[in-house]
Ligand binder design. Structure first.
Ligand code: RIB
Ligand code: CA
Length: 320
C-alpha cells in the first residue's frame, strides 16, 4: 500500500484522477490539497468537495486549501475548457426540490494551509509519502521553500505536466500546469527528490472519446455515471470545436496509473529544465531525450509511452 497526497486544481480530468485514486486499493489517499489553476483555489476546493460527495465515502482524506496565486506570474485559468465552475457547471444542477443534484461531501476543510498540510504529511510519513501533483506546482514549491528538510523525506513526486516532443496545449511550446507557474516548476525540478513527469507526450496518447465514455457509463448505473456524463459535456464540446474530436484527454488519471499499473508505461531519464522568461517559450519544459544523453545529470523520469487500451480498460474497471 502506497501513501499518497494529491495536489489538484479540479478540473474535470482531476476528478477522474481522484475517482481512480480513491478506488485504488493499492493507494491510501492520506490528504488532498487544492491549488489555483484550472479555476481559482476557492472554486477548486468547492469542486473537490463535490467530487468527494459523488463517491459517497464514510471516511475522508484530510483536505486543505492551497495557494491562490502562482509564485510570480498572474493566474491564468482554463474555465473555457472545464466550464465556468471548472466541473462542467455541475454545481448549477438541481433536483426538482431545488437541492443540489451533486451535494458536497460531508467533511471539513482543514484550518491549516495546503502548504502546511503537505509539510505535515511529509513529516508524518518520512520516506513513505508520494505527492501526486495534478495542477501548477505552486504549493509544492512553497513547501520546499518553507521547509526543504521535511520535503527531502518525500518518497517521490509524480506530476502531470510539460511537453517534450509534443506541442504545448496553452502555447505552441508550453503545457498548462507548467505554463501557469513556470517558476514553481523550475524550483521543483531542481529539488533533490525523485521526480516522475507525465507530459502531454504521454497524456495525448490516451484519448477518451465521447462514444467510449458514454458506452462505459451506460453499462453502469449510479451517481458516478451520471456525474461523469454531466461533468464532461462542456469540455467535450470544447474539444469537438477546438481540438477536432468529441471527447477529451484524461491527463491527470495517468499519474495515478504510474503508481498502480507501472507496467503500462515506459519512461526515460532526463535532465529537465523550465523556461521562465521566454516571450514565445515561457513555461516550456526543455530536455535532451536522446538515449545516449539519458545519463547526463538526470533529475527526472519522463514518461513517453502508454499502453493506451490496457490503461483505458483498467480505468473503467476501477470506476465500477
Ligand atoms: O495540461 C493539462 C493539465 O492542466 C491537467 O492537469 C488539467 O487538469 C490542467 O490542470
Ligand atoms: Ca489538473
Amino acid at each position: 500500500m502506497q501513501r499518497i497526497l494529491i495536489d489538484t486544481d479540479p478540473g474535470v480530468d482531476d476528478a477522474f484522477a481522484i475517482f481512480l485514486a480513491m478506488r485504488s486499493p493499492e493507494l491510501h489517499v492520506e490528504a488532498i490539497t487544492t491549488v489555483c489553476g484550472n479555476v481559482s483555489v476557492t472554486q477548486a476546493t468547492q469542486n473537490l468537495l463535490t467530487i468527494l460527495g459523488v463517491l459517497d465515502l464514510n471516511t475522508f482524506p484530510i483536505i486543505a486549501e492551497g495557494e491562490a496565486e502562482p509564485l510570480v506570474k498572474p493566474l491564468v485559468m482554463a474555465t473555457h475548457v472545464h466550464g465556468d465552475d471548472g466541473l462542467g457547471n455541475v454545481s448549477q444542477l438541481r433536483n426538482t426540490d431545488g437541492s443540489p443534484l451533486y451535494p458536497q461531501a460531508n467533511t471539513t476543510i482543514s484550518s491549516v494551509s495546503g502548504v502546511d498540510l503537505i509539510l505535515e504529511m511529509a513529516a508524518r510519513y518520512p520516506d513513505e509519502l508520494t505527492i501526486i501533483a495534478l495542477g501548477p506546482l505552486t504549493n509544492i514549491a512553497k513547501a520546499i521553500r518553507k521547509d526543504a528538510e521535511k520535503m527531502q523525506r518525500l518518497q517521490k513526486i509524480v506530476l502531470m505536466g510539460g511537453a517534450f516532443e509534443a506541442y504545448g496545449n496553452v502555447t505552441t511550446t508550453a503545457e498548462f500546469n507548467i505554463f501557469v507557474d513556470p517558476h514553481a516548476a523550475h524550483e521543483v525540478f531542481q529539488f533533490d527528490v525523485p521526480i516522475h513527469i507525465v507530459p502531454l507526450d504521454a497524456t495525448h496518447q490516451v484519448i477518451l472519446t465521447g462514444e467510449r465514455l458514454h458506452a462505459e457509463i451506460d453499462k453502469r448505473e449510479g451517481t458516478i455515471s451520471h456525474f461523469l456524463k454531466d461533468a464532461t459535456q462542456a469540455c467535450m464540446e470544447f474539444y469537438r470545436e477546438h481540438v477536432g474530436f468529441w471527447g477529451f484527454h484524461i491527463h491527470d488519471a495517468l499519474p495515478i496509473g504510474i503508481l498502480t499499473r507501472p507496467d503500462y508505461f515506459e519512461s526515460v531519464l532526463a535532465h529537465v529544465q523550465v523556461e521562465t522568461e521566454g516571450t514565445l517559450t515561457c513555461g516550456m519544459t526543455v530536455a535532451d531525450l536522446r538515449p545516449e544523453r539519458q545519463h547526463r545529470d538526470p533529475n527526472a523520469n519522463v514518461y513517453l509511452k502508454v499502453a493506451v487500451e490496457a490503461f483505458l480498460d483498467y480505468f473503467f474497471e476501477r470506476l465500477q
